[in-house]
Design a protein around this ligand. Structure first.
Ligand code: GLN
Ligand code: ZN
Length: 761
């Protein structure tokens, strides 16, 4: 039986690509240096997979920034503002599209399905002149071949490419992106012919949009595209790869009817219902690439379970047509466990990063061919058994407490308007109160203090002194600016999830478990391996210290359970909802301890609630139900006079507005600066909203200082649709990444604008 890898991380085991890119951008390294590092990374990945015995090894999964941007380059679909005049697209044009340049902003970036990877959204209009303008796919194929590795070149499928695009600015509303299909296919034909001429015998088209709820005309586009490509594809083995969810029955039918396609890849980790579809019928003579090794997580595969799945599939498609594969590209998992020097051996035995998953895939394929590596299988079984029975994983008390939650909805007894009245009596805030989202600028000096404390280079006493000093400065500044509800500035936090994970039981941290987020940016998600509990208070010390420095209300600052969950690698031995409830209970204890310590306003950030929304609509209700419930659990125990804030980092929540209301927070602050219209339209359409709301009036993603009049203007626009007694005035998000020289004048204007309007009301 054969083996296949859908795609592989590009940044390198120690983020080599990140450092090479950033040096190049800073002018410290030449283009040649960057190319050299990249070629070395590619070569080592190919050799590793070949050495492990993988039969179908992908190429063109490397990217200098993003694989969708690579497809845009291949098609020559460069937006006119970048001034590209034709020819092979070089670093200049490519990185200008990715990151902008001195005179032109970057193209838009958005999340790749429900992962934390972001791709560059193609901007297309009716006049785009598609021309074959980047030969990267064929060059990579040849490069691997020269190293003795015959690969499967991977291309973003033509239909997914168009479905993930957006119409360019100013294009007529009636324009349909799919109308560009024939022009796009003309270039794909050239690319395929090129690959064929170079000797490729397989091609992989990634068409992940097939797992979405697509209307029938969109499904029809797949039929059209692959029959149009048929003559070019003849003589090649063509794999269409799907991933991230169950494939809907209609899409399955369309896909398996494509006659120019010889192989289908499915995610059998997240797509358990896809198994049933396959069992109910699979086209004879075609290959099934069975994605049984999870590309989205860091857990060792349950090899015995995978073997039985694969054996069942073998009975349907035949031994020679079944290929063992990963559920998705390994881009979304960490790179190599070998570099984890700080994890203990027990936890390490439970894990598999990309490099280890390659070995797993091959071991499964070998076992099914009768070459079972007994030692490997038995150590896998032993690791799984140890994970199941480890006392580090199970905490009876937590299990019981979480199970007991299900009987109740956990709603605060008093309704939100009555609570707001009670809070106002205590807090005595002006109308249009001003506040910020939590963090203040993090200086080099501050980071140094934290780093040295962690490395035990400075004493606890010195550390506390330095952080206290920072809090004092931040409090003084806010008083000077005359902000109404203060924050302590979060100087003690490196990251809003890591800070809590480090203090909770059930979390582990890696040193090199980086996952690409976008371009050279990577994140290092914590690993939730066990039942979550809170050994002791996490934020009370700093919050009470901060409150002691001012008479104004000081907001306690917490990260919510859903956000902690969504930004971690989550255990796969119980439902995500269960883990979320456990985190909610830990945060609940923290909320109540803050209240006891005299903190009257507590913000529970749910920055990532929206992004955890499942891809398929049929699964939305269930997710929103347990995630919103988890949030309510955290604060159901507080008094009416304690004001609960939450914060969200996106403005497109129109589709989940009712769930947001259902969270029953007293005040919500939300990102809004990039578009007032989107957000306000919800309220214009008559959604009843009675809680406090602070749509951001200062875009913290930009160094620009918004003028007072502009802010005042926006507040006025909001007042046209929202009651004046519920409106708050605040920035979009935390100020962590900005400089004090930007934050001071910007916040000065924010407060001035609020005062200006207060006087007019
Ligand atoms: N309280 C956090 C901060 O201000 C919120 C960050 C976020 O929403 N991403 O930094
Ligand atoms: Zn935010």
């Amino acid at each position: 039986m054969a083996s296949h890898i859908v795609g592989y991380p590009r940044v390198g085991p120690k983020r080599e690509l990140k450092f090479a890119l950033e040096s190049f951008w800073d002018g410290k390294n030449s283009a040649e240096d960057l190319k050299k590092v990249s070629a070395e990374l590619r070569a080592s990945i190919w050799k590793q997979q070949a050495g492990a015995g993988i039969k179908y090894i992908p190429s063109n999964t490397f990217s200098y920034y993003d694989h969708v941007l690579d497809a845009t380059a291949t098609l020559g679909a460069v937006p006119p503002r970048y001034g590209w005049t034709g020819g092979e697209i070089g670093f200049d044009t490519y990185f200008s599209m990715a990151r902008g340049n001195a005179s032109v902003p970057a193209m838009e970036m958005t999340k790749w399905f429900d992962t934390n990877y972001h791709f560059i959204v193609p901007e297309l209009g009716p006049d785009v002149n598609f021309t074959y303008s980047s030969h990267k796919a064929v060059e990579e194929y040849k490069e691997a071949k020269a190293l003795g590795v015959d690969t499967i070149p991977v291309l973003v499928g033509p239909v997914s490419y168009l479905l993930l695009s957006k119409p360019a600015k100013g294009v007529d509303k009636s324009f349909s992106l799919l109308s560009l299909l024939p022009k796009v296919l003309a270039v794909y034909k050239e690319v395929v012919a090129d690959l064929k001429a170079a000797g490729a015998s397989w091609i992989q088209f990634d068409e992940p949009t097939l797992v979405l709820d697509l209307e029938s005309h969109k499904l029809q586009a797949f039929t059209d595209a692959y029959s149009e490509l048929a003559s070019t594809l003849s003589g090649l083995n063509v794999l269409i790869e799907t991933y991230f969810a169950d494939i809907p029955a209609e899409a399955y039918k369309t896909l398996t009817s494509l006659s120019s396609v010889s192989a289908y890849g499915f995610d059998l980790v997240r797509g358990t219902k896809t198994l049933d579809l396959i069992k109910s019928g699979f086209p004879s003579g075609k290959y099934l690439f069975a994605g049984v090794v999870d590309g989205r997580n860091i857990w060792a595969n349950d090899l015995a379970a995978s073997i039985s799945t694969l054996q069942a599939l073998e009975g349907i498609v035949g031994k020679d047509k079944l290929v063992v594969s990963t559920s998705s590209s390994l881009l979304h998992t960490a790179v190599d466990l070998v570099n984890e020097t700080k994890l203990d051996d027990e936890i390490k035995s439970w894990l598999a990063f990309a490099a280890q998953k390659v070995i797993e895939v091959n071991a499964l394929a070998a076992a099914l061919s009768g070459n079972k590596d007994e030692a490997f299988f038995s150590s896998n079984a032993a690791a799984l058994a140890s994970r199941k029975s480890s006392p580090r994983v199970t905490n009876e008390a937590v299990q019981k407490a979480a199970a007991a939650l299900k009987g109740s909805e956990h709603r605060r007894a008093t309704n939100v308007s009555a609570r707001l009245d009670a809070q106002q009596k205590k807090l005595n805030l002006p109308i249009l109160p001003t506040t910020t989202i939590g963090s203040f600028p993090q200086t080099v000096e501050l980071r140094r203090v934290r780093r040295e404390y962690k490395a035990k280079k400075i004493s606890e006493e010195e550390y506390v002194k330095a952080i206290t000093e920072e809090i004092r400065k931040v409090v003084e500044l806010q008083e000077e600016l005359d902000i109404d509800v203060l924050v302590h500035g979060e100087p003690e936090r490196n990251d809003m999830v890591e800070y809590f994970g480090e203090q909770l039981s059930g979390f582990a941290f890696t040193v090199n478990g980086w996952v690409q987020s976008y371009g050279s940016r990577c994140v290092k998600p914590p690993i939730i391996y066990g039942d979550v509990s809170r050994p002791k208070a996490m934020t009370v010390f700093w919050s009470s210290k901060a409150q002691s420095l001012t008479k104004r209300p000081m907001k306690g600052m917490l990260t919510g359970p859903v956000t902690i969950l969504n930004w971690s690698f989550v255990r796969n031995d119980q439902p995500r909802s269960e883990t979320c409830y456990q985190i909610a209970l830990a945060i609940k204890d923290e909320v109540e301890d803050l209240e006891k310590a005299g903190i009257n306003v507590i913000q529970i950030d749910e920055a990532a609630l929206r992004e955890g929304l499942p891809l398929r609509k049929s699964e939305h209700a269930d997710y929103l139900d347990w995630s919103v419930h988890s949030f309510r659990i955290t604060n159901v125990g507080v008094q009416d006079t304690t004001q609960i804030h939450t914060h969200m980092c996106y403005s497109n929540f129109n589709d989940i507005i009712h769930s947001i209301i259902d969270m029953d927070a007293d005040v919500i602050t939300i990102e809004n600066s990039r578009s007032d219209e989107k957000l306000l339209s919800v309220f214009r359409e008559g959604v009843k909203y009675g809680a406090g709301i602070g749509p951001g009036v200062y875009d913290i993603h930009s160094p620009r200082i918004p003028p007072t009049e502009e802010i005042a203007d926006r507040i006025n626009k909001m007042l046209a649709v929202l009651e004046k007694n519920i409106l708050w005035v605040n920035p979009d998000c935390g100020l962590k990444t900005r400089k004090y020289s930007e934050v001071k004048p910007a916040l000065t204007n924010v407060v001035a604008a609020a005062k200006l309007i207060r006087n007019e009301l």
